[in-house]
Design a protein around this ligand. Structure first.
Ligand SMILES: Nc1ncnc2c1ncn2[C@@H]1O[C@H](COP(=O)(O)OP(=O)(O)O)[C@@H](O)[C@H]1O
Ligand SMILES: [Mg+2]
Length: 212
């Protein structure tokens, strides 16, 4: 999407309870104070059609879908999210912050369930093309800490949380490998610290990488 102007696309990634939602609210406020128009969005979802697909993915029993079916559903939702929300906002010059994006599909369906990476990369090409986040912040913390935080939060969207701890361990390792392989795009943030310290680390990363 080389014809897109000034807007920037930032994604937050990491396991359940890492603090993504908490930190996105902070980062949105911060960027707005700097004068940017900001759209905070999330995956799966972030557009009416994609939110319908989200319900299929985050509710119900863990064994509802196999990894490949899940990957297809995530990329279908992702394409709708991009076309309906992300690309139009970037075109207007807004900064878009997404709570999860394609790295979550690589980490959960790829590293977690063992779906073939080449297939996921092919689906990325079909659904997303050569568009990439300008910056990806990977919030990293031990699985048990994240699941403990997530359990304290109420809700019906527990399908992924209900998967085994070793699954979440593979997801965490997957995110770290993604970051190592793509250091120009990704920064790992130590998410074990308190909310203010994590927010400061994120603000510093955005300033260094994107000049904001
Ligand atoms: N740095 C932190 N330290 C302690 N608790 C946190 C921290 N960040 C978030 N939390 C709390 O942990 C829970 C999960 O945070 P949340 O932002 O919803 O995570 P995520 O969106 O990554 O699943 C929330 O109750 C939140 O208030
Ligand atoms: Mg969240």
């Amino acid at each position: 999407m080389t014809d897109l102007p000034a807007g920037r696309f930032i994604t937050l990634e990491g396991g359940e309870g890492a603090g993504k939602s908490t930190q996105i609210a902070r980062l949105k406020d911060k960027l707005e104070r700097l004068g940017h128009a900001v759209v905070a969005t999330r995956e799966p979802g972030g557009a009416p059609g994609a939110e319908m697909v989200r319900k299929l993915l985050v509710e119900g029993p863990a064994e509802r879908w196999d990894g490949t079916t899940e990957a297809l559903l995530h990329f279908a939702a992702r394409r709708d999210h991009l076309r309906s929300t992300v690309w139009p906002a970037l075109k207007r010059g807004a900064w878009v912050i997404s709570d999860r994006f394609a790295d979550s599909t690589i980490a959960y369906q790829g590293y977690g369930y063992g779906v073939d990476r080449r297939m996921l990369d092919k689906l990325y090409g079909i659904a997303v093309g050569d568009f990439r986040p300008d910056l990806t912040l990977i919030l990293d913390l031990p699985v048990e800490t994240g699941l403990g935080r997530a359990a304290a939060r109420r809700g019906s969207e527990t399908r992924y949380e209900s998967l085994a701890v070793d699954f979440h361990g593979r997801v965490r390792a997957g995110f770290l490998e993604i970051a190592t392989a793509d250091p120009g795009r990704c920064i790992v943030i130590d998410a074990t610290r308190d909310i203010e310290a994590v927010a400061a680390a994120i603000a510093a990363a955005v300033r260094v990488r994107l000049g904001a």
